[in-house]
Design a protein around this ligand. Structure first.
Ligand code: SAM
Length: 295
């Protein structure tokens, strides 16, 4: 099999898949990128330099991994599908700065993996062509987790990308928006047509860049509690905040009194829906629920 060509090339991708008899698993969101311009764009958007450690989710047959390894210092990639490991072994044979871990990204202990595989004190970036069936849980885990990325550049379905920079009060605004905007500034880098993937997905895609914001001045008493309140606030989108908080804390009379006291303290109308609350209001609410001893 010719190695003169980048992996991200329709002919080489097909040749690799044929050589290994690989049939893609739709259930794992396997849509391989075959366009070098898109890959250049991803690496440029993430501003990957020789000093950078890069985490990749879902290397597939290595198209993006190869570009990241050329531009960065070290790549740590997580791939769930063990059929791809021998393929990656061959396609990425020439690179000695890549570690592939055969694990589910939703189950992996990221801080532990980073401590084991990456040199400390280097800028850390996350770059991925995400498996679309789990875009939201991956982003929620990454954003609510303790690992801090300088930037995150990810390809996702356009419809989810629209949620990241949404304004309060709009349909697209939700728990994911708040998790992103709590720490990062979101910008749409590029719309990507379905034709550049093999096989083509049945939705349009977008590359989004999330850049770390300077540390917040207004922070909740506990970040895990903040994310719990945000998730609960949006658990049932049609319910108002009062009802969603009752689902979280329970309906005992003393609990109701404590929720009411917290909402009063935070100066938030119980009948409002979570989609009207800004990040700062969710932080104020979290602290008020803490003051009422519910958290
Ligand atoms: N990076 C490759 C590319 O751009 O051509 C492949 C991207 S493909 C959209 C998504 C990849 O994520 C697939 O290789 C799939 O097997 C992998 N994947 C799916 N679920 C995963 C999970 N839970 N943990 C890690 N990898 C996963």
């Amino acid at each position: 099999m010719s190695k003169d060509l980048d992996i991200a090339n329709p002919a080489r991708t097909q040749a690799i898949m044929n050589a290994y008899g690989l049939r893609v698993k739709k259930s794992l969101g396997q849509n391989f990128l075959t366009d070098q311009n898109v890959l250049h764009n991803i690496v440029a958007t993430a501003d990957i330099g020789q000093n950078d450690n890069v985490i990749e989710i879902g290397p597939g047959i290595g198209a993006l991994t190869e570009y990241l390894a050329r531009a960065g210092h070290h790549v740590l990639a997580f791939e769930i599908d063990d059929r791809l490991l021998p393929i990656l072994e061959e396609t990425l044979f020439d690179y000695d700065n890549i570690d592939i871990i055969n694990q589910d990204i939703l189950k992996v202990d990221l801080p532990e993996m980073i401590a084991t595989h990456l040199e400390p004190d280097r800028p850390l970036k996350l770059v991925a062509n995400l498996p679309y069936y789990i875009t939201t849980p991956i982003l929620m885990n990454v954003l609510a987790g303790s690992v801090k990325f300088e930037n995150i550049v990810v390809m996702m379905q356009k419809e989810v990308a629209d949620r990241l920079a949404a304004e309060p009060g709009t349909k697209a605004y939700g728990a994911l928006t708040i998790a992103v905007q709590y720490r990062m500034a979101a910008e749409l880098a590029m719309i990507v047509p379905r034709t550049v993937f093999v096989p083509a997905p049945n939705v349009d895609s977008a590359i989004v860049k999330l850049t770390a914001l300077p540390p917040r001045t207004h922070v909740p008493f506990d970040e895990a509690a903040f994310f719990k309140v945000v998730k609960a606030g949006f658990a049932h989108r049609r319910k108002n905040l009062w009802n969603n908080l009752q689902s979280l804390f329970g309906k005992l009379p003393e609990t109701k009194t404590a929720i009411q006291a917290a909402l009063d303290q935070a100066e938030i109308d119980p009948k409002i829906r979570a989609e009207r609350l800004t990040v700062d209001e969710f932080i104020t609410l979290t602290d008020a629920l803490h003051a009422s001893e519910l958290l």
